[in-house]
Design a protein around this ligand. Structure first.
Ligand code: NG1
Length: 391
């Protein structure tokens, strides 16, 4: 993995720089990058004030940047079609991939930072739509590049918070803070423990290899079902507050309190998942801090809860978890991300995962007629500046 990562880093910065030169006829002033992420445990807890434990992975998005003359900013991408343009003074949503860049500029302007017109070139090896948060990687890389260009001294954490506002308010995807935090604050050899209610974070040693398995099932239900779950969680919290007006978040509710609250069945199941999943994050963090590996049983319990209580799994994701657990040396597996298709993970020894991956992929294709995508990763660095301006 290490040599792969080095190659990717060199290719990414060079790719962004070469694209910039081709389009704009000069070298970029700055290049910054941010990572894709995968969540180890803590699913559907971020928007309920709970805890999450993602890692940044060895797939990255690079943004090469300079200032532009004239009254418009321009953006090109090595992977996305179409050239974007927007006015950095008054960015408006256009429906294109460059909305993520325009959104970051919009939030910077809203925070009182005057952003000059920009020229931007994007290079990425993060697959879009696979549940690896390609949008957060693009936002954070953009934010880090602009910050380096204009030098207002914002930290990566402040930038991640600003990027989350860009995604939820400008682009209009009501996400929590997990994705941008992982893309920005991930650290090699560590998972990122995030308290989503206070935005506090800590790095927890995590040296396990993680197999990411993309079921290649389009997440067509995801948007509407995700919103339904959010509404159910809000409704459950409102009812629990009738019994305990002091209850701050759904994640704060103890499992026993949820069980005895007499909530309507569906709301009780959603609330119990959020409550227990947050406590599974804490138990996982404790195990990692004690020098252990990711505890397989907790990952399996998380999956069972997502399947039975939160009802966001799919036949393909359930099949993967069951099949992965039959492979020698695999210690745990679960769906990751919102569910309803998308990705799952398995953990265990690197050799075991390497041996299991092609066999599982072959069986999956035979069973479902879809070709999965599979990556083996470890915890990598989040946001960083790859090339700074020479002042
Ligand atoms: P995915 O499905 O990986 O995009 C979504 C949310 C996360 C979190 C998880 C569920 C977006 C952009 N991201 O992740 O914030 O809520 O679901 O744990 O909606």
């Amino acid at each position: 993995m290490t040599s792969d990562t080095v190659t990717t880093a060199a290719r990414g910065a060079e790719g962004a720089s070469a694209l910039f030169e081709r389009r704009f006829g000069r070298a970029p002033a700055v290049i910054a990058s941010a990572a894709a992420r995968v969540n180890l445990i803590g699913e559907h807890t971020d928007y309920n004030g709970g805890e999450v434990l993602p890692i940044a992975i060895a797939r990255r998005t690079y943004v090469a940047l300079g200032t532009a003359d004239g009254s418009a900013s321009h953006a090109v991408s090595a992977t996305e079609k179409g050239e974007g343009s927007f006015d950095a003074r008054r960015p408006a949503r256009g429906g294109g991939w460059w909305d993520y860049l325009a959104g970051v500029v919009h939030e910077l302007e809203a925070a009182g930072t005057a952003v000059p017109q920009l020229a931007a070139a994007v290079w990425s090896d993060v697959p879009a739509g696979a549940g690896l948060s390609s949008s957060a990687a693009l936002e954070v890389a953009t934010g880090a590049a602009i910050e380096t260009l204009i030098g207002e001294g914002r930290s990566l954490k402040e930038m991640a918070l600003l990027c989350q506002r860009a995604e939820s308010q400008f682009v209009g995807v009501a996400c929590g803070i997990m994705d941008q935090f992982a893309a920005a604050l991930g650290r090699e050899g560590h998972a990122l423990h995030v308290w989503c209610d206070t935005a506090e974070t800590e790095h927890v040693p995590m040296h396990d290899a993680v197999l990411i398995f993309d079921t290649a099932v389009p997440r067509s239900l995801r948007g509407s079902a995700f919103n339904t779950r959010r509404a159910e969680c809000d409704a459950a919290l409102a009812l629990l507050r009738e019994r305990d007006p002091e209850l701050r978040t759904l994640a704060d509710a103890e499992p026993e309190f949820v069980r005895q609250a007499g909530l309507p069945d569906t709301l009780a199941r959603r609330a119990l998942h959020v409550s227990e999943e947050t406590r599974r994050v804490r138990a996982t963090v404790t195990a990692l801090k004690a020098g252990g590996s990711l505890p397989g049983p907790l990952l399996l319990a998380s999956h069972a809860s997502l399947r039975d209580l939160y009802e966001c799994s799919s036949p393909e994701l359930d099949w993967f978890v069951e099949r992965a657990m039959k492979a020698p040396g695999v210690g745990g597996a679960r769906l990751t991300g919102a569910g309803w298709g998308g990705c799952a993970i398995a953990v265990g020894g690197e050799d075991a995962l390497n041996a299991a991956a092609p066999e599982i992929a072959r069986d999956y294709e035979a069973r479902f007629g879809r070709v999965p995508r599979v990556w083996l990763t470890r915890a990598h660095a989040g946001g960083r500046v790859d090339v700074s301006p020479t002042r």
